[in-house]
Design a protein around this ligand. Structure first.
Ligand SMILES: Nc1ncnc2c1ncn2[C@@H]1O[C@H](COP(=O)(O)OP(=O)(O)OP(=O)(O)O)[C@@H](O)[C@H]1O
Length: 316
């Protein structure tokens, strides 16, 4: 479990991270989101001990960053935005050096380096100097050093940056695998990545944490789309939990419900009503809020967790 409490950091008089607190459980993958300059990198640097906080505490499974820095860092894998790799070193030399920095014992080091190389598909480049690698391969080297030693906390700043589609898929599978036994913080601007990987998102705005919410809850909406040739809207409005039924073009109904928790039962009641009336039901599904829209709404203070109407457009 990662515990971050009241983390604050200023650069001169500018407050880049302002009193941020959250916890992350083992097995969770957290998406750390926010516009450019929101404070994501500053938080990640503080959690990993690369940058000192002005105030606040960080602990991982009871190990305090302040008093047991080295011990915590040995359980940490960090892929920074700009990886400080040494251009003249070969991939193998660099990983050996990174393993030493993590305090890895000789008997596990070779096996761990092999595992990281295999996981990031780097074996063909082992003897290549890092400066000769393409951007995507350099990124793989960064990820390989981050996963050395099976870290309990993995912090990844834009992990798929520069990777080709095949490697991106591979990387996502790898992150999921690592998360089974670790806590993962992932910063990205790619909403698809958040959808594919994250259990929860933290959204920062001007250094403050403005949202800490499970992805599923964030995407919930109060709308159900029904594709059917059933026309009796008034009859559907009698179903408990339905607030309003609107037509949206030929054979599509757009239904607003009163509580997201009722969605599953309401879908079942709608289906029953339509089928029993002898009409045809082509499709029925609760609408999901698009994460990009939610993100933009939060940043422009328009986000409303209880009501959302953007689904009307989607359904039309
Ligand atoms: N060394 C520094 N000196 C002064 N200001 C800094 C320094 N590092 C970061 N900042 C400022 O702190 C704020 C937060 O920066 P940070 O790099 O944490 O943002 P970010 O959310 O990671 O942005 P991005 O998405 O662009 O990577 C920004 O306004 C940035 O200009």
């Amino acid at each position: 479990m990662l515990n971050v409490s009241n983390l604050t950091r200023s650069y001169g008089s500018f407050v880049a991270v302002d009193d941020v607190s959250f916890t992350i459980k083992k097995g969770e993958i957290i998406g750390l989101l926010g516009h450019n300059g929101a404070g994501k990198t500053t938080i990640m640097k503080m959690i990993s001990g690369y940058l000192e906080a002005n105030a606040g505490e960080v602990s991982l499974n009871g190990i305090s960053l302040k008093s047991q820095t080295k011990l915590l860092q040995q359980q940490l894998g960090y892929l920074p935005e700009n990886l400080p790799v040494y251009p003249e070193m070969t991939v193998a030399e660099y990983l050996d050096y990174a393993a030493d920095l993590k305090g890895m014992k000789a008997n596990v080091k070779i096996a761990e380096i092999k595992r990281a190389i295999q996981a990031t598909d780097l074996s063909a480049k082992l003897l290549a100097p890092i400066e000769t690698l393409s951007r995507g391969y350099k990124q793989r080297v960064g990820v390989a050093q981050a996963i050395l030693g099976r870290p309990k906390l993995l912090i990844l700043d834009e992990p798929t940056n520069g990777l080709d589609p095949e490697q991106t898929q591979h990387m996502r599978a790898l992150i999921k695998e690592i998360a089974k036994d670790a806590t993962v913080i992932l910063s990205t601007h790619i909403m698809q990545e958040v959808n594919a990987l994250c259990d929860r998102v933290l959204i920062l705005k001007s250094g403050r944490l403005v949202l800490n919410e499970k992805l599923a809850a964030l995407q919930h909406s109060l709308h159900i789309t029904v594709k059917t040739d059933y026309k009796n809207k008034q009859n559907l409005e009698k179903i408990s939990g339905i607030k309003q039924v609107k037509s949206c073009g030929e054979n599509t109904l757009f239904i607003t419900i009163s509580k997201q928790e009722f969605a599953q039962n309401i879908c079942s009641d709608i289906s029953k009503t339509i089928i029993e009336a002898g009409a045809r039901l082509f499709e029925i599904y609760p609408q999901k809020r698009d994460l990009e829209t939610v993100f933009n709404q939060i940043n422009s203070n328009e986000y409303n967790q209880k009501e959302s109407d953007e689904g009307v457009e989607n359904a039309a």
